[in-house]
Design a protein around this ligand. Structure first.
Ligand code: ZN
Length: 97
């Protein structure tokens, strides 16, 4: 019974960490509850997906993550770009006036 409580506690903390990092709460809740300690570590190590710099594919114009080597839409190989697109979180923050 104690294990169930521990698993749920880890599940919730893992879920919250995942949610903060722009991923799914349920996904990380399930991962952290299934493998308590490792799930939480994975959630903490998971990269801040919505804070990554982005870049635009020169072939199809799709905006992808800057670390993608191949375009997820058209499959074009991507060199590291000269110009990066601002992260999603940057765009969401309104400019102060
Ligand atoms: Zn493309």
């Amino acid at each position: 019974m104690a294990y169930v409580i521990i698993a749920i506690c880890f599940g919730i903390s893992g879920g919250i960490v995942g949610r903060i990092k722009g991923s799914s709460f349920m996904l990380w809740f399930l991962i952290s509850a299934a493998v308590p300690v490792f799930g939480l570590i994975a959630a903490l190590a998971y990269r801040f997906d919505n804070q990554e710099l982005r870049r635009q594919c020169p072939s199809c114009g799709r905006v992808t993550k800057i670390y993608d080597a191949v375009c997820t839409r058209c499959g074009a190989e991507l060199d590291f770009p000269d110009v990066a697109v601002a992260p999603e979180t940057f765009e969401r923050t309104p400019a102060r006036s």
